[in-house]
Design a protein around this ligand. Structure first.
Ligand code: HEC
Length: 342
């Protein structure tokens, strides 16, 4: 069990089984991750058998973004990059249409109007004839980004759309739901606002890549704990007290709970590597993620502790629901829920 000092109340304790699945929406119920090979051997439970990519020529527009313009993009456009998510074993193939490719090639600050990026995500499995090699198994979704500054002024000039395999427009999705989805796309792509909201970099030509990977970590500014916003300062100070840290590397931006979950892996890695606490908050500091180097234990020589605030909804005003995670080399080994008072 974890240390829990001060006036904290232990609500529940849960070992790792199921936690990773909880954290990664798209891999719900998945077994805890031990190694890349094991990840690769677990097909995404949301796609239990191979499917085809959605037929974009038959899908309805997504809040005005007509997917027909990206029909069969995997045959017509250029493959910009491939990304692999170690936590849920997903492969992502990212394509650029001619305008987007041209923008990438010229290294423009702002993508030309009409630029489109398309991403196809796949769960992976073992190649039966060569099991250490992971192969794409079943598509889990297709996502689109279309640049049109006039049409999408409130989301950084990009329209966003998402289609599931075989979806043919799930009729249950109201425009309201879609607007929320699009806002969550935009919120996370904000991380790379200075690259016109585009994460991907071309794999085939090194000279076209933005120098200095790890740019995200460089956005965190060293900040004394006493300069943090009123509504979180006492809590952060209390959590960090046993570590004697008086400064955090701090970044604030629009966030939602999904982006907090997605940030656990990179930010805990930064904290482990730089051996200082990292704090990410949303603009109102309702949500936060604090990662800091923990004390070594018998299980783990370089553990990182992560505290996620789940907001204050349903809890007394002076208390906040938090979740504490202990990680060993990026893998969650322990998790518990607490109420922390100021
Ligand atoms: C929590 C963060 C996050 C959220 C939410 C998110 N994305 Fe992304 N997106 C990424 C990252 C990181 C990449 C880089 C490729 C990868 O790792 O899969 C990416 C890549 C993309 C790309 C390829 C172009 C690029 O920027 O590299 C498209 C298209 C895309 N996302 C669309 C969407 C859409 C549509 C939504 C909402 C339904 C969405 N994204 C939500 C993080 C996010």
């Amino acid at each position: 069990m974890l240390r829990h000092r001060g006036a904290t109340t232990l609500i529940s304790t849960a070992l790792v089984t199921g936690i990773i699945g909880w954290l990664i929406g798209s891999a719900r119920g998945q077994k805890p991750v031990q190694s890349e090979q094991e990840v690769a051997s677990v097909p995404n439970p949301l796609a239990p058998f191979p499917l085809s990519l959605p037929n974009l020529s038959r899908e309805e527009p997504y809040l005005g973004l007509d997917p027909k313009i990206a029909d069969h993009f995997w045959e017509k456009w250029k493959l910009l990059t491939v990304r692999y998510r170690k936590d849920n074993g997903e492969l992502r193939f990212i394509y650029a249409n001619d305008l987007a490719w041209e923008g990438i090639r010229r290294g423009v600050k702002e993508m030309p109007q009409g630029a489109i990026f398309a991403k196809a995500a796949y769960s992976t499995t073992e190649d039966p004839s060569f099991p250490v090699s992971a192969v794409p198994w079943s598509p889990t979704r297709v996502q689109l980004m279309l640049k049109n500054t006039k049409k999408y002024p409130s989301t950084g000039g990009w329209g966003y759309a998402i289609y599931m395999p075989r979806s043919v427009n799930p009729p249950l999705e109201t425009p309201e739901v879609r607007r929320n989805t699009v806002m969550s796309c935009y919120a996370c792509h904000m991380i790379v606002r200075d690259k016109d909201y585009v994460f991907s970099e071309p794999i085939f030509d090194e000279s076209l890549r933005t120098p200095g990977l790890g740019r995200y970590s460089q956005k965190f500014i060293p900040t004394p704990v006493e300069e943090l916003a009123e509504n979180i300062r006492p809590q952060i100070a209390k959590i960090l007290k046993p570590t004697l840290a008086t400064q955090v590397k701090f970044l604030t931006m629009p966030l939602f709970e999904g982006s907090i979950d997605e940030s656990i892996a990179p930010i805990s890695n930064y904290a482990e590597k730089e051996k200082v606490p990292f704090l990410l908050t949303d603009n109102k500091a309702d949500l936060y993620l604090l990662a800091f180097p923990g004390k070594s234990t018998s299980v783990c020589l370089k553990p990182v502790e992560v505290v996620i605030s789940l907001g204050t909804i349903g809890t007394p005003a002076h208390k906040r629901k938090i979740k504490r995670l202990r990680l060993c080399s990026g893998t969650i080994i322990h998790s518990q829920m607490e109420l922390i008072s100021e």
